[in-house]
Write a protein that binds this ligand. Sequence first.
Ligand code: NAP
Ligand code: F7E
Length: 309
Amino acid sequence: MKALVTGSTGQSGSYLIELLLEQNVEVFALVRRSSIGNTQRIDHLKDKITLIFGDMCDPCSLNHAVNYSKPDWVFNLAAMSFVGESWRQPKYTLDVVAGGTLNLLEAVRNYAPNAKFYQASSSEMFGSSPPPQNELTPFHPRSPYGVAKTAAHLMVQNYRESYGIQASCGILFNHESKRRGIEFVTRKVSHGVALIANGKATELRLGNLDAKRDWGHSFDYMRAAILMMLRDKPDDYVIGSEVAYSVRDFVSLAFARVGLDWEEHVLIDPAFVRPAEVNHLLADATKAKRELSWRPTITFHQLVNEMVD
Ligand code: NAP
Ligand code: F7E
């Protein structure tokens, strides 16, 4: 069994590759060229996998990656995934997330039409649709990132219907870990708490503390991605913990982990408030529980503690 993974150097790519190697899957990892190392999250795996340089915006490189690896499974995790940045780089976000997904679908259609395809869709597609959100909830994205993910999601569904591509979409709610990028709120907070606890900073500047998210662990969510590929029939699944907490809850627990009162250190900075907010995301993962027998194994409180520790 061979798998091609885009977004291999990201938070979830690294957990996914570890899980695939445990199952003796041969892994080809798409990595984009960088003048400085961008493979830190997978450096411990490099002698067990094959790296292929490429970029989601370059169809030639994706054609080569698919033709060279001849994969049974293609996991499309590559994205400009930071919502806040997507207002500053909307065109690039659309190019990578939507255009890149189209480029990859075309490469699969031409060079590996029988491969199973996994698309990293996002709860950001639901945007302002009221909670709880499931596979039937209408999309109302609130950011260029959300719009781009919605376009990619619909394109994947279209390639499934038009060409019979065996494509499944995991509509994943927020998933985090100690490998999370520093600009996302959970990592920013846990890192900030560590700096303050070690006397290297005194304050932490944040935006909207009222937003609610359904947070889980990246490891659990990549288990779900593999379960989707093991199904005979492609389909779309919401993956989430079914519990939502506010950003304030996360902040409070993270500071409490080191015996500090968050209200003495957190300042609200308008620079981190977004032009439009997604107020409340809460998964209804009934279908994934029923059809994939998927359950998360790491709780919100364990996640906060792992990230702060
Ligand atoms: P991440 O840590 O930001 O990783 C993104 C990956 O995409 C990195 O490997 C990055 O490469 C790569 N990438 C970005 N632009 C690219 C390009 N033009 N060509 C090739 N590769 C490119 O994100 P993540 O948390 O692992 O998330 C994985 C996927 O799930 C993303 O598609 C994300 O949008 C989606 N998703 C995430 C969540 C979540 O809560 N984490 C929820 C729903 C959906 P570099 O390392 O070189 O930057
Ligand atoms: O923001 C609020 C912010 O950037 C969470 C991505 O993986 O999940 C992620 O998108 C919340 C928002 O993640 C700060 O306004 C307050 O309400 O950690 P985040 P996100 O936007 O939910 C979805 C499912 C994805 O698909 C995305 O790829 O926290 N917030 N103050 C802040 N957020 C940040 N980043 N920084 C702050 O200072």
